[in-house]
Write a protein that binds this ligand. Structure first.
Ligand SMILES: [Zn+2]
Length: 244
């Protein structure tokens, strides 16, 4: 986790500042600028965003839907962009994306077709791996999408450029994540032998360890989570040692 990441969040058409996505970023330690953008005048929206950008020099710009098009039309220099189902075909003049970007989009998006994001990468001559398939509708407000948004910001801010290495891990991790929507895994409780399903939080890193009481027999287990390079999660439990 990069603490105090400064994010310029550009909301979608007729959204209001303070929605679930910027709130999620704030809850995860980011400082978020979330200006109100003009819903009618696209140029005015871009100017507002540009002013905010120049004033605050964010580490990363996140743009949602129409806000994604605003982000693409900014002079954002080498600051990374994370675009959530960007509505680039509907608004703005910029029809290409720079390399230090990521796109999150649901194939079930009912407003902006998933194919628009594929199209954007193709015409930008960028690898399709920059498109992360998450969520199940346009808003991308589910936990998995929110985590992918934060994760993408962290990755792009911490790397000066996107290495092949990063691309590979990124795709496999989130494609895997997409397969089991909630990012779940399970372990066998050592005490009672029951299989316990747990949620995975990939933003907590690739090696995690914590104590949890078995929901069946209530014995304390130390849970180890190891997320492999190929995105598979290994989870195992050992009984918590008695220190008395
Ligand atoms: Zn148990």
């Amino acid at each position: 986790m990069i603490s105090g990441m400064k994010i310029l969040f550009l909301h979608g058409w007729r959204s209001v500042p303070g929605g679930v996505k910027p709130t999620y970023l704030v809850e995860h330690g980011c400082s978020v600028m979330n200006p109100k953008l003009d819903d009618e005048d696209f140029e005015a929206a871009v100017q507002t965003a540009q002013r905010e950008f120049d004033l605050n020099r964010p580490d990363c710009v996140v743009g949602s839907s129409r806000g994604g098009a605003v982000a693409m039309n900014l002079d954002s220099r080498d600051t990374p962009l994370v675009l959530l189902c960007p509505a680039w075909k509907n608004w703005g003049t910029v029809k290409r994306l720079k390399p230090n970007s990521a796109i999150l989009h649901s194939r079930q998006d009912e407003v902006i077709p998933f194919e628009d994001s594929e199209d954007l990468l193709v015409r930008s001559k960028l690898p399709l791996e920059l498109l992360i398939e998450v969520g199940y509708e346009h808003r991308l407000a589910d936990e998995s999408s929110l985590a992918a948004m934060l994760w993408s910001c962290q990755q792009l801010v911490s790397k000066s450029s996107l290495s092949d290495d990063f691309l590979e891990v990124q795709t496999k991790q989130w494609n895997h994540h997409g397969e089991n929507m909630q990012g779940e895994s399970s372990y066998i409780c050592d005490a009672c032998g029951e299989e316990i399903v747990i949620p995975l939080d990939l933003t907590e890193g690739s090696s995690q360890k914590y104590v949890e009481d078995c929901p069946v027999c209530c014995r304390a287990n130390i849970i180890h989570v190891s997320i492999e390079e190929d995105g598979d999660a290994q989870v195992w439990a050992e009984p918590e040692q008695d220190h008395d």
